[in-house]
Ligand binder design. Sequence first.
Ligand code: AMP
Length: 570
Amino acid sequence: MTTFEALGLDARLVQATDALGYKNPTPIQEQAIPVLLSGTKDLVGLAQTGTGKTAAFGLPLLHVIDEKQKYPQALVVCPTRELCLQIVNEIEAFKKFIPGMYVAAVYGGTSITQQIRELKRGVQVVVATPGRLIDLIERKAINLEQIKYVVLDEADEMLNMGFQEDIEFILQNTPNRESTWLFSATMPPEIRRVSKRYMKEPVEITVGKVNTANKNIDHQYFVTSAQHRYETLKRLIDFNPGIYGIIFTRTKADAQEIAEKLTREGYDIDALHGDLTQVQRDKVMGEFREKTLQLLIATDVAARGIDVQGITHVINYELPDDVEVYTHRSGRTGRAGNTGVCMSIIHTREMGKMRQIQSIVQATFNKLEIPSGKDVCRKQFYHFMDKLLTVDITQNDYDVYLPMLEEKFADMSKEDILKRVTAMEFDRFLKYYENAGDLNARDTRRERTDRSGNDRKFGRDGRDGGRDSRFGRDRDGGAPRERKEYGGKQNTTRLFVNLGTKDGFYKASFLQFILDMSDLRKDVLGRIDMKEMNSWIEIDKTAARQMITSIDGKNYRGRKIRMNEADSRR
Ligand code: AMP
């Protein structure tokens, strides 16, 4: 095992790794650092978060930069504000023993003047998200003339987020760039293209945790709005009548509250969280293990170490904060050669996170529609029929009761008896779902599919796979289901506007701004999609013109606002 010193790093950087408690370089550091120190111009590193890639580029970057020159020499571009801050924090720690070395974070959604001030102080390293960086370039508030090193971190994620043109713009605006180091978890063709176009014979390094993807797990996700999360959970449970599963929440309070609500509504569920005594905990676990309890709802901490066989479904009521936690959660199912399903309930803003999880789990994720009330009823119905067909009648001597039954039901047809049995089991259920609404969050721009292009309507669900396929044929063969517009708005159109979070807007303030400008009421609006640079507004067709004429061409903080119908753009 090698050391940081042996990799050829400046003594001050080695001292920093010591101070951080890094004992040995990680595989990507071991491979990348000597290559980058040897003067290699371009590098492609295929590595995921958690492999130590920030140090793999951060340490050599600080080694090759001249801290005596007070202008930006290195630019690190990354997809999100969170990552930007994380990288800056790490670089701050690496440069601890190099006086005179400065690093600045540049990202949207916060005061640009503050960032401009910081840049003027004479920083050598700039870590930026694409939108804000372009804004700064356009304002001539950043000097990229002397940038020698450009690092693109999580390049695939930046492309997924629609930053392709921005990345190219940035690469084109660093005229004296000598080296480009690109890091990405995956290598889609678009990244190959960027690397072909802007890099010269890059050295390619691949590291990865061994692909631990469990092929027996079917990963599914369902997109809904935040207020429909609970209803969606119920529907997923109801759509899987034979479920034996664990539901994960982020907080104890959620686990407790949902367990109570579902219990009141007749579900066989209990909660496991840190506030339980050991006795309570053992009781819940005992029941779950013996399958007298069908569902367990737990926080990650409480579920640590649970090893129960035969779990058919894991449901993420919310995605975990830490992507790695997803793997732990999903790994509760699909054990010992069994198949299992891991379902995640997400809302549209979590698509980026979902993709991040996909790239780490390295499995195919299927975006499924949340079943309709009718789907659930049919599924339950078939399940009930199966139960009726397979119920064990050999355990007791029912022949003893037969004469009595025959006499009682002598005048009743077989059909009527079946109807009555069904009514007993189903009345409440059918009533509940009769008028149940569509819980899917609809993206009216275009249906976004997951990276693999999968967009399946219904899942194989572990146990009921065979039965389910009947529905699959039914639906796929029939007419496509009616697609309701988001929020039930039928006569809407979408507007594009070149304002976004980088302009300091949050959704609420943005809404207020466009309504104030156009003198329109909130109810003409549908869904608002905000990105860093641009936003899309769903609006009643009748109000669209008024909004465009009152906003398009106006100035906002010295910049001309461009607003037009989204589909007429370009
Ligand atoms: P990254 O992949 O850059 O997000 O790094 C993942 C985590 O590993 C960070 O918390 C780093 O501080 C830590 N880390 C990076 N390199 C090492 C190392 N050589 N030894 C121990 N921890 C490390």
